[in-house]
Write a protein that binds this ligand. Structure first.
Ligand code: FES
Ligand code: MG
Length: 571
């Protein structure tokens, strides 16, 4: 048996071996666990402040059983957990920090393989990014979605219902008490958002990349099969260490292309782009913004899930989950790519999966929308690109020219949007500045601005909206996001004035403001770069080093990897 990385700790003789083993033994670990067997780190994003991941202590126990059954030595460790709902100003601000935590915790400790326990939106990309920069054998166990929400006899979905009910409350269609009752109806079990929001999108990304065992994305968090998946993953990671099946052997360019196509077919979140690009940057695969459009935009929408459709993740699981999607896409995919199972997607799924509900997952030949993938737009409003999710947009608005109504920042928007005197109608284009990576900071999910009350009352349901921010994967609308370069660093978005005419031409992939270059440079001369929010601490470092959305918003010095080098002894 070759010596694993962990033998540089536990296999040592003399003082250092004593130090490394003795303190571990205070946990009741017998001598033979230090005999050179694979040590498996279970990287846990459990936290009661991340409700979507609050059940992961329990899932970790199942992983441990599997590791022990396969002859490994499991060690669970916590890292910074990012909860989407509580963390201010936005969990996205800390994705890169959490990735650094994951990376250094893995590299600095005696581990030969890693299991990533993930769930809420940012907990998947942050751990994946950190693990990719170390590149040990790694497997992901997604925490699974909540059970479907039920309210007044109807299914309601995480997030998506909040946007709809909030509009209804604003219009007086429901009372404050009904609104309150919906809270507990929506979130009624452990797990993450059960719409095709960012968490479900990330779980499907993991599965299509080949980073979890087949079928792992859609199993509800509380279904006993989630624990079976965790246990099987615990067994499997021990084998992966023996096979030296590292992340970089799975995360090839082909694997990323698969993920882009699956994301299109499931109507995945626009946040997918930023996270996948950041992961690719860590593992060393070249992914450009244009790839999402070139590879994904011709892929049809096959999954009928909120916010693009009507069902929820529990239904997706019963219908057969991600394997059915990949099977439908079959010859559009690179099914021969390797997965953590040690087998290719083709070996994992072809001939082994059935669709049990064609209302939930359509066949490739009878899709919900013929072309569903993310559209990448460029023009003088977004020189390095912006994105739009057509499956969440209104077809009639995808070719549109309208008068800009500009909000300088989120406070300006909140203070004026419902003003009855605001000069706006449904043909206008709402512009929101200073919500990008540097500007907010952290690029929050505010791009799907709620429409002005007076237009909602008129029955208007969608308008073209543009910002350098993101939107929740659970949201919908003709919303142009991730404008790069962002306004806070002097992107042309900063120079848009009220009354400028803006043209969205989805067919030609362009987004332009009808202002001459001369006028834009004149306006630039009068533009004042806003000061950074702070010079101090992590946020001070973040605003100086964060890359723009089209590059995945990773910190510039985190791109690439430092590998799994065993560092100097501590004493
Ligand atoms: Fe955690 Fe949606 S809030 S997954
Ligand atoms: Mg979110």
């Amino acid at each position: 048996m070759c010596a694993y990385r962990s033998s540089e700790w536990f296999g040592k003789t003399g003082k250092m071996g004593f130090l490394y083993r003795s303190w571990m033994k205070n946990q009741g670990i017998p001598d033979d666990m230090f005999d050179g067997r694979p040590v498996i780190g279970i990287c846990n994003t459990w936290s009661e402040l991340t409700p979507c991941n609050a059940h992961l202590r329990d899932i970790a126990e199942s992983v441990k059983k599997g590791v022990l059954e396969a002859g490994g030595f499991p060690v669970e460790f916590p890292i910074m957990s990012l909860g989407e709902t509580l963390l201010k100003p936005t969990a996205m601000l800390f994705r890169n920090l959490a990735s650094m935590d994951a990376e250094e915790s893995i590299r600095g400790n005696p581990m030969d393989g890693v299991v990533l326990l993930t769930g809420c939106d940012k907990t998947t990309p942050s751990t994946m990014m950190g693990a990719a920069s170390v590149d040990l054998p790694t497997i992901v166990v997604p925490g699974g979605p909540m059970l479907n929400g039920h309210y007044n006899g109807e299914q309601i979905g995480s997030g998506t219902a909040v946007w709809k009910l909030t509009d209804d409350l604003k219009l007086g269609k429901i009372t404050q008490d009904e609104y309150l009752a919906a809270e507990s109806c929506m979130s009624r079990s452990a797990g993450h958002c059960m719409t095709m929001g960012t968490a479900s999108t990330m779980a499907c990304m993991v599965e299509s990349l080949g980073m979890c065992l087949p079928g792992g994305a859609a199993i509800p968090a509380v279904d006993s099969r989630r624990k079976v998946l965790a246990r099987m993953s615990g067994r499997r990671i021990v084998e992966m260490v023996k096979e030296d099946l590292r992340m970089s052997k799975i995360l090839t360019r082909d694997a990323f292309e698969n993920a882009i196509k699956v994301n299109a077919a499931i109507g995945g979140s626009s946040n997918f782009i930023i996270h996948l690009t950041a992961i690719a940057g860590r593992i060393g695969v070249d992914i450009h913004l244009e790839d999402y459009d070139n590879l994904g935009s011709s892929i049809p929408l096959l999954l009928n899930l909120m916010p693009s459709g009507k069902f929820l993740m529990e239904d997706f699981f019963y219908a057969g989950g991600v394997p059915v999607i990949m099977n439908e896409l079959n010859d559009k995919m690179n099914l021969d790519t390797l997965t953590v199972s040690g087998k290719s997607h083709r070996e994992n799924i072809v001939g082994k999966c059935n669709c049990y509900n064609r209302e939930v997952i359509t066949s490739y030949d009878d899709p919900l929308i013929p072309e569903a993938g993310i559209v990448v737009l460029k023009g003088n409003l977004a020189l390095n690109g912006a994105v739009m999710k057509p499956s969440a947009a209104t077809p009639a608005l995808m070719q549109h020219t309208g008068r800009a109504v500009v909000f300088e920042n989120i406070e300006d928007y909140h203070s004026r949007v419902d003003d009855p005197d605001l000069d706006i109608d449904e043909t206008c284009v709402m512009v929101l500045k200073h919500v990008g990576p540097v500007g907010y900071p952290g690029m929050p999910e505010v791009g799907n601005m709620v429409l002005p009350k007076k237009l909602l009352e008129k029955g208007v349901t969608d308008m073209v909206r543009i910002s350098d921010g993101r939107m929740s994967g659970t949201a919908f609308g003709t919303v142009i996001l991730h404008v790069s370069p962002e306004s806070a660093i002097g992107g042309n978005l900063a120079l848009v004035h009220n009354g400028d005419m803006i043209t969205l031409d989805t067919k030609n992939r362009s987004i332009n403001v009808d202002v001459s270059d001369e006028e834009l440079s004149l306006r630039r001369k009068n533009w004042l770069k806003p000061a950074y929010v702070t010079d101090r601490g992590y946020v001070g470092m973040y605003v100086r080093h964060v890359q723009q959305a089209d590059k995945g918003a990773d910190l510039d010095f985190l791109t690439g990897k430092s590998g799994d080098e065993v560092l100097r002894d501590s004493h």
